[in-house]
Write a protein of this length. Structure first.
Length: 342
């Protein structure tokens, strides 16, 4: 019998392979696999559903991730998926697998972070499950949200000449991870070791305590802007752009000089001898929103605080291109986070 290694497909290839023959049989199942959240139709508003699985040693390292921060981040990555559909998160269920090395106090710290995230975003914890685990800590969170029929944004709606917009800045979370990994390597069991995080607080916060962009969704709503497509940046800007372009049947052109990068990110990339544009394009875990809007909305979207126009959608024949600062054209390659393909 033929054996195909999962790593040959990668995370997204595996999902596509396993779900390509799925047929939705219920009229209430309006949108299934392929977006940041599923869309279910019950009554006037549509229900958005998303789920994330976080595994110790794959998605987080408790050597440097405090449990309270982990709880906060675990909730936030789910909220971000709902906001990426232009919806509002409302409820979550929390399931955890716990090994014997964790105490009640440890779990209290984890839930303290969960409660804080839910309080900030008006989300209820409505259920879940717990189990013993032989492989450390496992976290599975499902988030339910609401979206209005004429405002939900999918990945497949981008059109030629649409503007490509992104919130916040990119690459900071990845550089925060590099700092934590470096200090962990330096520590190596040293008894009196004190990590040096001076001047790097913003990068660490972006990695350990990301914020889902509820504010951007509100700004868009207040200004009457419904994105033609939208996705959150969890696996890197290049990867997310490829998702939108593939599902919309279009190409794109992004301008390097317009990619928003924080000063600390640029400085740390230089220290690590990394290309800062590569960091911003492929780093991941920024949980910013990437979205497209019609060209005529340029003036309106440019006035939204924290939103940057970084390029435009093209016809599919033109491909996915990055125009560098010196005018050269480079084909976009998705080199972001892929837990299965690693």
């Amino acid at each position: 019998m033929q054996r195909t290694e999962i790593s040959s497909l990668g995370e997204f290839g595996l999902i596509e392979h396993l779900t390509k023959s799925v047929e939705l049989k219920n009229t209430s199942s309006e949108k299934g696999v392929g977006d940041d959240a599923a869309v279910l139709l019950y009554g006037d508003k549509k229900t958005l559903v998303t789920t994330d699985l976080l595994l110790e040693g794959i998605h987080f390292d408790l050597m440097y991730v405090p449990l309270k921060h982990l709880g906060y981040k675990s909730a936030m990555v789910n909220f971000s998926d709902i906001y990426a559909m232009n919806g509002q998160p409302k409820q979550i269920t929390v399931s955890i697998g716990i090994s014997k090395r964790f105490s009640v106090e440890d779990m209290e710290a984890f839930y303290e972070g969960l409660y804080l995230a839910c309080e900030h975003h008006g989300v209820d914890i409505v259920g879940g499950d717990t189990s013993a685990s032989l492989t450390g800590l496992t976290i599975s969170i499902t988030c339910l949200g609401e979206g209005e029929s004429d405002k939900i944004a999918y990945r497949n709606g981008a059109k030629d000449t649409d503007l490509i917009c992104v919130s916040g800045d990119l690459g900071a979370a990845f550089m925060g991870l590099q700092i934590l990994e470096r200090e962990k390597a330096v520590y190596d069991g040293e008894k009196d070791f004190q990590p040096d995080f001076t001047g790097k607080e913003y990068l660490l916060e972006r990695q350990l305590k990301p914020e889902a962009r509820k504010d951007i969704v509100k700004f868009l709503s207040d200004d009457g802007i419904v994105p033609t497509s939208m996705i959150d940046i969890s696996d890197g800007l290049s990867s997310e752009l490829k998702h939108i372009c593939k599902q919309s049947g279009v190409g794109c052109r992004v301008f390097e000089e317009r990619i928003p990068i924080d000063y600390q990110t640029a400085m740390m990339a230089e220290q690590f001898n990394m290309n800062v544009t590569t960091v911003a394009m492929n780093g991941g875990e920024d949980y910013e929103l990437l979205f497209t809007v019609p060209l005529y909305m340029h003036d309106k979207v440019s006035k939204i605080k924290g939103v940057h126009v970084i390029g435009h959608i093209t016809k599919a024949d033109y491909g996915l291109m990055l125009e560098t600062r010196d005018g050269a054209e480079i084909e976009l390659k998705a080199q972001g986070w892929d837990s299965i393909g690693k």
